[in-house]
Design a protein around this ligand. Structure first.
Ligand code: BGC
Length: 250
């Protein structure tokens, strides 16, 4: 017999090109279903994303628990507070309220990097680590999660640190490497400057590097000259979905 505590949660990863969802097994941090993907509508307004969510939920009929959704912006109490790389109409939207009412089930949104950070802290590269862990995601922007003794301090937004007069992510995100055709060595110089700034400001015990490019960590992490231990993320493209589902059930 199923009880609310046994309902399987769903994680949704809202990205620039695709919206991906899967049921999640919170004991193991693995998917409990196939991963479903629908291309991100353009423009990706809250209303357009809601239609995609309705479709995704019908594809995961077994998972009836809470839904966690990543958003690439600041999230405070379910309300989106910034939109660096998403449609401006998200700002001020009470997404928890809107989606919970429309899907008739509990929905919680969470910053994308915070979700990845929670997933790495619970199931991945930072599992069991005490002290201050900083998880960064290198993608279109730079996302960050601050986790102290396993507790998330949300919305750190360290991709927007101003370094040498620039928004850090405009120079050091993976999108900057691709846009400017930088070699790994050239990009690693910028990353080194970025992570040394983080080191100086926060004195973390561990830095975790996530985002799709972390698959190539062996090509750039050894080039960084840091005092802090720095390791690649281990959940890779599962981190957003798993972290969002975990967040929704906390
Ligand atoms: C946003 C963050 C987000 C990061 C990664 C930044 O531009 O401000 O909220 O976590 O990109 O998507």
């Amino acid at each position: 017999m199923s009880s609310p505590a046994m309902q399987v949660p769903v994680g949704v990863d809202f990205g620039g090109s695709g919206i991906k969802a899967a049921a999640v097994d919170l004991d193991t941090g693995d998917f409990a279903s196939a991963r479903e993907r629908i291309p991100t509508p353009q423009p990706a307004t809250p209303g357009a994303v809601l239609e995609v969510l309705v479709d995704l939920m019908t594809r995961l009929p077994e998972a009836t628990g809470p839904v966690g959704i990543t958003v690439p912006g600041v999230v405070r109490h379910g309300v989106v507070g910034s939109a660096a790389n998403i449609d401006d109409s998200w700002v001020g939207t009470d997404a928890d309220g809107l989606f919970t009412e429309a899907l008739r089930r509990e929905v919680h949104i969470v910053n994308d990097a915070d979700a990845a950070g929670l997933a790495e802290a619970r199931y991945g590269a930072a599992r069991g680590r005490q002290g201050l862990v900083i998880v960064t995601t290198l993608g279109t922007g730079i996302g960050s999660a601050l986790i102290h003794d396993g507790v998330l301090i949300p919305n750190s937004e360290l991709g927007h640190l101003e370094i040498d007069g620039h928004d850090a992510e405009s120079r050091a995100a993976n999108s900057a490497r691709e846009r400017e055709g930088l070699t790994m060595a050239q990009w690693a110089e910028r990353l080194g400057r970025y992570y040394r700034t983080i080191e100086r400001l926060f004195s973390p015990d561990l830095i975790v590097v996530g985002g799709g490019v972390s698959k190539q960590a062996a090509e750039f992490l050894p080039l960084l000259d840091l005092e802090t231990e720095i390791v690649p993320a281990t959940l890779l493209n599962r981190a957003g979905i798993v972290g969002a589902a975990y967040y929704a059930c906390r």
